[in-house]
Design a binder for this molecule. Structure first.
Ligand code: GDP
Length: 343
């Protein structure tokens, strides 16, 4: 296989088919489970890191059918026409649960995927949400090193994947249908709190409903205290979540959407929140992977496996306190090092 440094060179070099092949190769390397590949991938990431971070990272989520593919394709074409290079990545943990992918099973973004200024990568299929998210974060870094200045990360509006995507992007956008306002219960509160921008799509189908939805979602954002109007003076230096309408299918409103993104980027760069968000994300990512790694090692530990069933039974039968069992298992896991067994 290609040594990482020449792969890095090909990625950082002039644009063209060689760079595209290098990009695909690098992402395949990142997604490989072979330990030697993992070592190469880590070396590659370290080499590329100084060349990353210069893109705008945009998260897009919404329930199946809301128009994510249509919107991202239209936006991608809009952006490349204005000189941007776009990467589209996906986080779809459903593929490991149901065996079928919600995002990836149809022919998607046909026009955008044929354009060499765009790079589209389906969701990695590996195991847990944490694993899928990790691969996507790494793919994002590689795309940035290859000069993609807008990275769009897409996910479905089910489960925890939305939190994961909001946690790896600069701005998180929630797509809604025009009738969303009629049933605000359907919009999970936790997701609304994540949204920097709520986009009501398919306004061409029912303009009146879309306007109603916009008013209702705007007022619920105010109730949550996110739009700033209800609590003291409106701070012009900080981005407040907004709601807008558009039609991805009719290509209407993309310019307004991108103007809002630009405004977000300008404000949050000037007030330092964008940089702070990225730092926090990087730190959270590190700890998330440490926790995942520890869980895996714990489950694989022979010392733990020897007694785990027995202690579990004792806890179930009320003969051992859960915390006592946990302390003993952690002690067995960490072996003789007392510093590791204080849990
Ligand atoms: P996804 O599952 O969220 O990716 O949704 P798709 O992009 O596949 O869109 C689902 C359906 O909605 C498709 O038939 C699209 O053509 C349609 N659609 C998407 N955006 C719009 C829109 O703005 N207006 C209308 N009328 N239909 C749309």
């Amino acid at each position: 296989s290609v040594p990482p440094s020449s792969l890095a060179q090909a990625l950082l070099a002039n644009r063209g088919p060689a760079q595209r092949r290098a990009l695909a190769k690098a992402i395949t390397l990142l997604e490989s489970t072979r330990p030697d590949h993992r070592a190469q991938a880590d070396a590659l990431l370290t080499e590329l890191l100084p060349h990353t971070g210069k893109s705008f990272r945009l998260g897009i989520s919404g329930v199946p059918g809301v128009g994510k593919s249509t919107f991202i394709e239209a936006l991608g074409l809009f952006l490349i026409a204005r000189g941007h290079r776009v990467a589209v990545l996906a986080v779809d943990p459903s593929s490991s649960v149901s065996g079928g992918s919600i995002l990836g099973d149809k022919t998607r973004m046909e026009h955008l995927s044929m354009d060499e200024r765009a790079y589209i990568r389906p969701s990695p299929a590996s195991g847990t949400l944490g694993g899928v998210a990790e691969k996507t974060r790494e793919a994002m870094l590689v795309c940035e090193a290859a000069g993609h200045d807008v990275v769009i990360v897409e996910t479905v509006g089910v489960g925890q994947s939305e939190t994961a995507v909001a946690g790896m992007t600069d701005m998180y956008c929630l797509l809604q249908l025009p009738n969303a306002g009629d049933d605000l219960q359907a919009i999970k509160k936790g997701v609304m709190e994540l949204a920097d921008l709520v986009v009501i799509n398919k306004v061409d189908l029912d303009a009146a409903a879309a306007t109603r939805a916009q008013a209702q979602i705007t007022s619920s954002l105010r109730l949550l205290g996110y739009s700033g109007h209800s609590h003291g003076p409106h701070d012009e230096q900080v981005w407040h979540p907004q709601v807008m309408q558009l039609s991805a299918l009719k290509n209407q409103g993309l310019d307004r959407f991108w103007a809002a993104v630009a405004q977000f980027q300008k404000l949050q760069t000037a007030n330092g929140k964008l940089a702070a968000r990225r730092q926090q994300q990087a730190k959270d990512w590190m700890w998330e992977r440490i926790h995942a790694g520890l869980r895996q090692q714990f489950a694989a530990s022979l010392a733990v496996r020897g007694v785990l069933d027995d202690r579990t039974q004792q806890v179930l039968q009320g003969r051992l306190a859960a915390s006592t069992a946990a302390r003993e298992l952690l002690h067995l896991f960490s072996g003789s090092d007392p510093n590791l067994s204080n849990g």
